[in-house]
Design a protein around this ligand. Structure first.
Ligand code: ATP
Length: 533
């Protein structure tokens, strides 16, 4: 048969021409799967509804995105990940039943067809979920992760969009987790904006750092999901703004009862060692939090967004939160005996409860970050001392730090005023008291170190920072990356910068700072600086 005319399977060249796979509708793939309609598309592929012509049963087909047709290695990894995921075999994990080998056309895999709604859509439609519902959903995802991790499969892209809600056995919130392992496929290639793999906001800090990662990246992401379900927004980063090193997303959790806050804080700890060591441990913590909250359910609003609309209940809410923390602490030491009866009215025992809250909070990650409010859609404003590239870092992120700071007070300098701060070389600088004395000229008093002038000087080198990004592993990341450092300037104006370890852009930034001549000052000093990459 003429290949081009084969109606049962469009061959490779034909698919290249098609580019969007819409022409597949009505065709039969591999003699078995009749493509019914397109269900949607994501970063890795396009999902179609298909009918198995022999079984007369519906399936979902995920076909590798046409943009990877020329990348056999990506196709191979796509298939390998799907094969690994097919072995998880858990009710909360989408079942993968078949594969389309690349030699017979574009790579695809076949999943059970799920009629439902992903959690992102549910959140968009309904807003934040009541805590019993959120815990029920997150517990199922934790079970799915526990099963996957046992088989050595790490999801790496846990987020609401990858969790489908289906109606199963009378439960309208039965969860099926999709896309195990697929995020890994593009990491290390130049094929994705997010070469680190994963989705902004849900990516664990160690993934950004480029170090070793393990199943605890999923624990982190699930903690973020719990936060998002309860409060309807991401705890920290937004898609257009990435902060390095990421700070523990503790900001909005202050709105939550202590048992929930403790779970989120520990799951999203910056240091993986401080997170729950396994999905099973997270599952146990979720059960304990539920038990604690149920003990105080008369006082704890079901939906966290109710809190702000019911100010008169705030006292009770806080008291219940404290009581919940107490119950969590007890649960760790004893068995499931923390009941509403045993716990009693929380607001009558302030001191022990307050101590317990400290203990519960001690499980949280690192020091509390200063208040930021980067909601799911809105980047945080640039901090003072942020060095922005020439272009705006994102459409909506204001970068006031780009405005030049105050000029140094030249009148107080002991040296002849240089042409400009960057032009000052070692030759033009005074070498020390002896040299100054031999100059025989009247010496002016050096001014104290002026951090805002030094910062402004560094801010003028935004283009150099952009060049550093272009030469680093962040080069394909369209989001603005904020890398926080501390610049130390000697009295003679020589500077060094301390940056968090592990970023390949750091040596370039260090050279940039070392190559900037700051104004000499009486004492030298240091200032915090955020490079906007
Ligand atoms: N097994 C399935 N049954 C029914 N619908 C599915 C199934 N798998 C995926 N879908 C739907 O197909 C669409 C595309 O899914 P896909 O996983 O490719 O994209 P995504 O998760 O939104 O993006 P990304 O892969 O970039 O994270 C989504 O609407 C998803 O809900």
């Amino acid at each position: 048969m003429d290949e081009a005319g084969d109606s049962t399977f469009p061959n490779w060249p034909e698919l290249r021409r098609l580019f969007t796979y819409d022409e597949l509708v009505g065709k039969v793939l591999q003699g078995r799967y009749e493509v019914v309609r397109r269900l949607g598309a994501g970063g890795m592929g396009v999902v179609f509804l298909a009918r198995h012509v022999h079984l007369d049963k519906l399936f979902a087909l995920k076909i590798i995105s046409a943009r990877y047709l020329d990348e056999p290695e990506i196709g191979r990894r796509f298939l390998l990940e799907a094969q690994a995921a097919s072995k998880i075999d858990h009710p909360n994990v989408v079942g993968i039943t078949d594969f389309g080998p690349p030699e017979a056309g574009p790579t695809f895999f076949v999943m059970e067809f799920l009629e439902g709604e992903d959690l992102a859509r549910t959140l968009a439609r309904e807003g934040p979920l009541a805590w019993p519902r959120a815990l029920h959903i997150v517990a199922q995802i934790a079970r799915a992760l526990a099963a996957a991790h046992q088989r050595g499969v790490v999801h790496r892209d846990i987020k609401p969009q990858n969790c489908l809600r289906v109606d199963r056995d009378g439960d309208p919130d039965f969860i099926k987790v999709l896309d195990f392992g697929l995020a890994k496929i593009l990491s290390g290639t130049n094929k994705s904006t997010w070469t680190v793999g994963g989705s902004p906001g849900y990516i664990a800090p160690e993934i950004y750092r480029g170090g070793r990662t393990d199943h605890r990246v999923d624990i982190f992401a699930l903690g973020v999901v719990l936060h998002t379900l309860l409060l309807g927004r991401l705890p920290a980063q937004s898609p257009s703004d990435v902060e390095l090193p990421p700070r523990a997303p503790v900001l909005h959790t202050t709105d939550l009862p202590a048992p929930l806050r403790a779970v989120i804080d520990r799951a999203t700890a910056e240091d993986p060692e401080r997170r729950y060591p396994s999905a099973d441990a997270l599952l146990a913590a979720l059960a304990e939090a539920r038990a604690a909250l149920e003990s105080f359910s008369r006082h704890v609003p079901q939906n966290m967004s109710e809190r702000s609309t019911r100010p008169v209940r705030r006292g009770l809410f806080l008291a219940a939160s404290l009581g919940g923390a107490l119950a969590v602490a007890f649960a760790a030491a004893s068995t499931r005996e923390a009941s509403g009866d045993a716990a009693g009215p929380a607001q009558t025992a302030p001191d022990p409860l307050a101590r317990t809250v400290v203990a519960a909070d001690a499980t949280a990650a690192g020091p509390a970050a200063p208040a930021r409010d980067a909601g799911a859609g809105g980047p945080a404003p640039a901090p003072a001392g942020a060095l922005a590239p020439d272009r705006a870092p994102s459409s909506s992120a204001p970068t006031p730090a780009l405005a030049p700071g105050p000029r140094p007070r030249d009148a107080q300098a002991t040296i002849d005023p240089p042409a400009g701060p960057e032009d000052m070389s070692e030759r033009t600088l005074p070498k020390g008291p002896a040299r100054n004395a031999s100059a025989g000229r009247p010496q002016k008093q050096l001014a104290p170190f002026d951090p805002s002038a030094a910062r402004a000087q560094l801010e003028r080198r935004a283009a150099d920072v952009r060049a550093c990004k272009a030469d680093s592993s962040f080069r394909t990341m369209s989001a603005t990356v904020r890398l926080a450092g501390t610049v130390s300037v000697s009295p003679r104006g020589k500077a060094t910068v301390a940056l968090p370890a592990g970023y390949d852009v750091s040596p370039c930034l260090e050279r940039l700072v070392a190559g900037t001549r700051f104004r000499p000052s009486l004492d030298g000093g240091e200032f915090a600086f955020t490079f906007l990459l």
